[in-house]
Design a protein around this ligand. Structure first.
Ligand SMILES: Nc1nc2c(c(=O)[nH]1)N[C@H]1C(S)=C(S)[C@@H](COP(=O)(O)O)O[C@H]1N2
Ligand SMILES: [Mo]
Length: 387
């Protein structure tokens, strides 16, 4: 990355994106260091660890994060049923069920509505150390408020559940009592009406100021800031209001966390659908300058303000990292820590996030009762070789 630097295209692009947001001056996180600083290699990564440029599942090599907003052609990508064939020009969004005025809206209709914008990062709830936490990206999403649209359409008093359908579908096996059925199902997720009516939830048609990329759900997706990726339904073609909980595969059978929890006086195994992002941070890169080293990384919350990110080297004390001034409520929160006096040899470095409520990112042992691997937000120690 140091050699590559930022191409003129990237600088122009990030400048254009950043101009609309809150940044004044030179972005500090990565750019400042890139010219002079050298990358310090991780020793916990397999040789030749790389992202595949044309994969079904695309992940980010987090060592290469060099822009605050992930470029659309590098944004991580998960698609459970491949990509649907969509004609963007004729695509329409059907709003059905318990609404006063059912209707079909084109993307042009949605573009005529008041525009909103949110910097919002999310990760797949399956993100983990296996891909060095690369199932994450940060986007500047442009679109229109879901709440305002639902208000205009009119939700009937018994409409309590808002189901979002993607245009992509697959054949699923549903089992019960020894019988099973093969049925075609669209990718779908739901929100309670209260969550759907949050001020922040939007129907997005743009990523980083451009029409949505195909991988990211062109021409329309839901953005539910602060929630895991699974809630961010792509290729959206229907919103359905109903009275009952929606029990589709990605609500009730997959992306379900099994864990022991205190339920009143006793401990019970519970299954919960993936919803809001669990407090997390991860180390992404270590660089060496003339006088010191720098440890870079990101943190993620559900929108709860971050109190701090701390870094610990070997068995030393926890030290407070510096948060990037570009961070916003729902963006990823980039941080850096100035590491003085690093001695040659291998070092273990770890970071932890603490939010404004005082919740501290757990260690792996804290998650021992969690049987499934979803929502692994444990502190993730890395090893580097200082020469
Ligand atoms: N229609 C549709 N939406 C979808 C998915 C999908 O397979 N189909 N995958 C979900 C999952 S599990 C994740 S993690 C995010 C990934 O979003 P991205 O590909 O834009 O990074 O999309 C979500 N939305
Ligand atoms: Mo996901």
């Amino acid at each position: 990355m140091m050699d590559k630097g930022l191409t003129r295209r990237q600088v122009a692009k990030s400048g254009a994106v950043v101009a609309g947001s809150m940044v004044v001056g030179v972005p500090s996180w990565a750019l400042a260091d890139m010219a002079q600083e050298q990358e310090v290699p991780f020793t916990d990564m397999p040789d030749g660890f790389e992202t595949d440029p044309t994969p079904i599942v695309r992940f980010v090599d987090i060592r290469r994060i060099d822009e605050f907003f992930t470029p659309a052609d590098e944004f991580f990508t998960i698609q459970h049923y491949g990509q649907p064939d969509i004609d963007v020009a004729t695509h329409s969004l059907e709003i059905s069920g318990l609404v006063t005025r059912p209707q079909a809206l084109s993307v042009a209709d949605l573009r005529r509505r008041p525009r909103t914008e949110v910097g919002c990062a999310f990760e797949c709830s399956g993100n983990s150390r296996r891909r060095f936490n690369g199932l994450i990206s940060n986007g500047l999403w442009g679109g229109t408020s879901l709440r305002a649209l639902l208000e205009d359409v009119g939700v009937e008093s018994d409409g309590k559940e808002v189901v979002f359908f993607g245009a992509d579908q697959g054949t699923e096996t549903v089992e019960s009592r020894g019988r099973s059925w093969q049925v075609d199902q669209q990718y779908a997720r739901s929100l309670s009406l209260a969550d759907a009516m949050s001020d922040d939830t939007m129907l997005a048609y743009e990523l980083n100021g451009e029409p949505l990329s195909l991988n990211q759900g062109a021409p329309l997706r839901v953005i539910v800031p602060g929630w895991y990726g699974v809630a961010q339904v792509k290729w959206l073609n229907q919103i359905h209001l109903q009275a009952d909980r929606f029990m589709g595969k990605f609500m009730a059978r997959e992306y379900v966390t099994l864990t022991a929890e205190e339920v009143g006086e006793s401990v019970k195994y519970t299954e919960t659908s993936i919803t809001r992002i669990q407090l997390k941070s991860a180390i992404a890169r270590v660089t060496r300058g003339d006088e010191h080293h720098t440890i870079h990384g990101f943190a993620l919350t559900d929108g709860t303000p971050l109190r701090s990110v701390e870094v610990r080297v070997d068995d030393g004390p926890w030290q407070t990292a510096t948060l990037d001034p570009r961070n916003t409520k729902y963006s990823w929160k980039l941080f850096s820590y100035r590491w003085e006096g690093a001695t040659p040899g291998e070092h273990t470095i770890v970071c932890r996030a603490t939010d404004a409520n005082g919740s501290v990112q757990p260690v792996l042992e804290d998650l021992a009762e969690k049987r499934t691997s979803w929502e692994n937000n444990a502190q993730f120690a890395r090893t580097v070789m200082v020469s």
